[in-house]
Design a protein. Structure first.
Length: 49
């Protein structure tokens, strides 16, 4: 009997899913980072005059 070939990627992190996760983090993370940046800018102006 010949062995069956194993897939080259692990089932935990297929390449398409990894790309989707990266895009999802960027989709949420970039606006969040921008909002935090703006918050710090406004709070600095508020407390320093």
């Amino acid at each position: 009997m010949t062995p069956t070939p194993q897939p080259t990627t692990t089932p935990d992190s297929p390449p398409r899913r990894r790309g989707l996760i990266t895009v999802a983090w960027l989709w949420v993370g970039l606006p969040l980072a921008y909002g935090l940046y703006e918050l710090v800018q406004k709070a600095t102006q508020l407390f320093t005059g």
